[in-house]
Structures are given as structure tokens and as C-alpha cells.
Design a protein around this ligand. Structure first.
Ligand SMILES: Cc1cc2nc3c(=O)[nH]c(=O)nc-3n(C[C@H](O)[C@H](O)[C@H](O)COP(=O)(O)OP(=O)(O)OC[C@H]3O[C@@H](n4cnc5c(N)ncnc54)[C@H](O)[C@@H]3O)c2cc1C
Length: 471
């Protein structure tokens, strides 16, 4: 009688370098890969229709890869603890393997699954594999977790990392007669449908993109990563869903051995850093990490929030970023910082509103990175710096990081004919210039909804008051 186990796949949707798959195959004759469509995620706090569509594409691709190896993907819908217990019983599985995650919901869910399996005498086997390191192990000498990136990064570099595993060539077939289940056509969730998703879902597409990136562009990462019209890998959706292994990305970049590749590896460590922060501080999903900023006063202004979401603030770099997000489900990191600073320090709106909007649209959206970065730009999180260092001037940021206007002109086409020297402040165009550029400010493109210099002062006051305990 062949021994059987389940491989519960969640955000490790790959066959290459998947430690849970590797271990399951080493211990059992038959491995049944299963994905559970969990309504708590599909319709919960971070629900996103674009991300669900991307996920379904990844699942279809995974099924094909498994099929090509003689196996297939089983789908179930419901509460994981019930579905896994039921499937384990049906198939006589002796264990369930999975790849660990760090969000508070994931930890709760995995505890419930472990209890349900143990009750039935089925082993529950979590594995590492979501991050480049075991993020629970990157600690200070006294066992504390880091809250500042640079020392974290040094400890991360020192920590021994695991080897990587190839993809299996063949797998045992699924048990005969097992109901495979099926994907729903779509999901009713915030975010709508993207016009032009930034990348194709699935492991094969991710691996091709990684190879293209490491074959050359990565070498210029050090000096081009802040260039808005390009310069980064755009691999985040694949990392988010585990179509790519972060550890494999790291190893292959290290083999490249250029300064650009080293700088890129450091960004993978930021991803691990924010995961370890959420693991240690799950309460960050609801409140500011820094107690002194929990009393910050946030404005309520639905019109301003809407203008920000629609990309109609009158600040071209902000609008370009927000429109890129709405069209593709992705935004350049520099633009994320600029729009985040604008929301929290020019509009004085709560970072949680920004986090929520990003969560609804980003294909790479996930609590650890989204929350960590939003708190970073709102100056309320870990890796602290004085708040005035993270008040970004949208005009200067545009001049510096989109000097030829390629990014802004692509995403804000009504500014296409605005001359370079006016593009960061189109409202300074004379009437004749507006006519020549076929862009009347206030008609074809909005006038700025705030004055940055004034709002900067207001933001400084708000943060100063909160840190002094006055607000
Ligand atoms: C307000 C805000 C919200 C964000 N929300 C998310 C999110 O929900 N999910 C997400 O993956 N990233 C998030 N980021 C981080 C970053 O913007 C994206 O990871 C990056 O833009 C992805 O593009 P890339 O793959 O081309 O990155 P590259 O520059 O090529 O970097 C390689 C990889 O390193 C990781 N990385 C890079 N920068 C960061 C960072 N600052 N923090 C954590 N990991 C990083 C990503 O996995 C990325 O794919 C956010 C940043 C900000 C400022």
C-alpha cells in the first residue's frame, strides 16, 4: 500500500525550490497537492479582485506543471481545517505539509488546521520557503527581533541559508476517482478588473522574467532602481505568490556577482525584514508601531481621498503612480513612496486608507510588506527616521526620478505635450503654454488640490504635537 500525504499549497505556487514539496516527496510515495479557496481571504479584509484573478492564473499554471509530471492540483473551497481533515480522511493521508507564513490570520488558521489534523492522528508539517531566510531565526544575540533594517541585514547575511531544490521530473498520479474540484469564474471583491496586468501569472512566466532580469538589467540596479520609467525587476507578484523562491532568486543573483545584483539581494532582505516585524508585532496590522504616533490626528476628507485614488490630485508624479496602480496592479517603489507621503503628509489622511486601497489593487499586495512600508512612509513604523526626512516634495521627486518625463507622460497622457520644464508643475504654465500643450489646467488636467509647502508645515506640526504628547 503506497503511503500518501497532502501538500497544502498557499503562497508557494511553484515546483522549483519548494522545501515543503521536497520533504513531502522524500517521506511519502504519493503527494496530493491541494489549494483551498478560503472565503476568509477571498472576501476578507484584504480582498482584491485583481489579485484573485492573478492567483487563479497561477493555480491554472501550477495545475499544468503538475499535469506534465503525471499529477495535478486538487481544489477545495471552505475552511482549511475542515477541508484538509476531510481530504486527509478520504485519501488516507498520514501528513499534511505546507510552507509557513507570518500574518496573524495565517498563524491562527495554521493553528486551527494543526489541531484538527492532530485530533485525527494526521501529522501537521510546516516548512520554511516563503522567505530567503527562516525569518523567525534572524535575531539579536539576546534573542530579540530587530526593528532597524541595517543591523537586521548584517545578521541576515551571517545566518546560514539552505540549499535550493530542483523541480521534480515526475510525480505519482492522483488517487483514481478523487474529485479535483474547480476554480470559480471570478470573485466579487474590491479592485475591479485591471486593464493591463503588469505580468503574466504562473511559475514558468516568473522564471522567464527572473532569467531575463538576471541576464543583464540587474547589473544596473544600483543606479537605476529609482528611475520611475524602469530599472527594477517587477518580480514582486511572483514572489508574493511564491511562483518564485526568494532563496533561489538570492542565490542566482549572488552567482551573477555584480554590484547591481548585490544591491538587489539587499531588497530581498527588506522583504524578509518586514515579515519578521509582522511575526513579532502582529498588532501592527491595526495600529502604529511607535506608541508616540498612535495619537496622531488624521483628517477625514472623502473628496481628497477619491482624488488621490483616481489619480487626479494635480501633482503629475502622484497621479501617474495612482493610475499605474489602477491599470496594472503594480506601482514602482519610488512612486509608492511619493504617493504614500502625499496621502499622509500633504492630505493628512490616515495611512490605513492608503494601505487598504493598495491591498485592493496590488498583485503583490500582502500584509507584511504593505503594512511595513505604509508605516515606514507614514513615519510611524520600524526603522525609524525623523518624520521630516520622509516628507517628500512631489515636484523635486519628479524632476529627480523622471527627468525626461517618460513615466508621467505614459500614465497621464493629457500632459503628453507639456514642455519638460513645466511637467512637474503644470499649473505654472502660461495660458499660451497651456494652449500649445493642449492642456488647460482645471479643465483637461486638475489644478493642484493642495499647496505642498503649506501642507508640509501642517504635517510637521501634527507630527511634532503627537511626539510631544500634545495631540
Ligand atoms: C507604501 C508602500 C506599499 C508597499 N506595498 C507592498 C506590498 O504590498 N507588497 C510588496 O511586495 N511590496 C510592497 N512595497 C515594496 C516595494 O514597493 C515593492 O516590493 C517593489 O516595488 C516591487 O517591485 P520590484 O519587484 O520591481 O522590486 P525590486 O526593486 O526589483 O526588488 C526585488 C524584490 O525585493 C522586494 N522588495 C523591494 N523593495 C522592498 C520594500 N521596500 N519592502 C519590502 N520588499 C521589497 C520585493 O519582493 C521585490 O520584488 C510597498 C512599498 C511602499 C512604499
Amino acid at each position: 500500500m503506497p503511503s500518501t500525504c497532502l501538500l497544502w499549497m498557499r503562497r508557494d505556487l511553484r515546483l522549483h525550490d519548494n522545501p515543503a514539496l521536497h520533504r513531502a516527496r522524500a517521506e511519502f510515495d504519493v503527494v496530493i497537492p491541494v489549494f483551498i479557496l478560503d472565503d476568509a481571504l477571498l472576501h476578507g479584509r484584504y480582498a482584491s479582485s485583481p489579485r484573485a484573478q492573478f492567483l487563479f492564473g497561477c493555480l491554472r499554471a501550477l495545475d499544468q506543471e503538475l499535469h506534465a509530471r503525471g499529477c495535478g492540483l486538487v481544489l477545495r473551497r471552505g475552511a482549511p481545517e475542515h477541508e484538509l481533515a476531510k481530504l486527509a480522511e478520504q485519501t488516507g493521508a498520514g501528513a499534511v505539509f505546507w510552507t509557513s507564513d507570518v500574518s496573524p490570520y495565517a498563524l491562527r488558521r495554521d493553528r486551527a488546521v494543526t489541531a484538527a489534523l492532530q485530533e485525527r492522528g494526521v501529522r501537521a508539517v510546516p516548512n520554511t520557503g516563503t522567505y530567503a531566510r527562516d525569518v523567525s531565526k534572524v535575531r539579536k544575540d539576546d534573542g530579540e527581533m530587530y526593528t532597524v533594517f541595517t543591523p537586521y541585514w548584517k545578521a541576515w547575511e551571517r545566518l546560514a541559508a539552505r540549499d535550493i531544490y530542483g523541480a521534480p521530473r515526475a510525480m505519482a498520479p492522483l488517487p483514481r476517482g478523487l474529485d479535483r474540484g474547480e476554480l470559480p469564474g471570478g470573485v466579487r471583491a474590491p479592485g475591479g478588473t485591471l486593464g493591463a496586468p503588469v505580468c503574466e501569472p504562473g511559475e514558468a512566466a516568473g522564471r522567464e522574467a527572473l532569467t531575463r532580469w538576471l541576464d543583464g538589467p540587474v547589473d544596473r540596479y544600483g543606479d537605476r532602481h529609482d528611475t520611475l520609467a524602469g530599472g527594477t525587476s517587477v518580480l514582486s507578484p511572483y514572489l508574493r505568490w511564491g511562483c518564485l523562491s526568494a532563496r533561489e532568486c538570492e542565490l542566482r543573483a549572488r552567482r551573477r556577482g555584480t554590484p547591481g545584483a548585490d544591491a538587489w539581494v539587499r531588497q530581498l532582505a527588506w522583504r524578509d525584514f518586514y515579515a519578521s516585524v509582522l511575526l513579532e508585532h502582529p498588532e501592527n496590522v491595526r495600529r502604529e508601531f511607535q506608541p508616540k504616533f498612535r495619537s496622531l490626528s488624521w483628517h477625514e476628507d472623502a473628496d481628497a481621498l477619491d482624488a488621490w485614488k483616481r489619480g487626479e490630485t494635480g501633482f503629475p508624479i502622484v497621479d501617474a503612480g495612482m493610475r499605474q496602480l489602477a491599470a496594472t496592479g503594480w506601482m514602482h517603489n519610488r512612486a509608492r513612496m511619493v504617493v504614500g507621503s502625499f496621502l499622509t503628509k500633504d492630505l493628512h489622511l490616515d495611512w490605513r486608507a492608503g494601505e487598504q486601497h493598495f491591498a485592493a489593487l496590488l498583485l503583490d499586495g500582502e500584509p507584511a510588506q504593505n503594512n511595513g512600508n505604509w508605516q515606514w512612509i507614514a513615519s510611524t513604523g520600524v526603522d525609524p527616521a525623523p518624520y521630516f526626512r520622509r516628507i517628500f516634495n512631489p515636484i523635486l521627486q519628479q524632476r529627480k526620478f523622471d527627468p525626461d518625463g517618460a513615466y508621467v507622460r505614459r500614465w497621464v497622457p493629457e500632459l503628453a505635450a507639456v514642455p519638460d520644464n513645466r511637467l512637474a508643475e503644470p499649473w505654472t504654465m502660461t495660458e499660451a503654454e497651456q494652449r500649445d500643450a493642449r492642456c488647460a489646467i482645471g479643465l483637461d488636467y486638475p489644478a493642484p488640490i493642495v499647496d505642498h509647502a503649506d501642507e508640509r508645515k501642517r504635517a510637521m506640526d501634527r507630527y511634532r504635537e503627537a511626539s510631544a504628547g500634545v495631540a
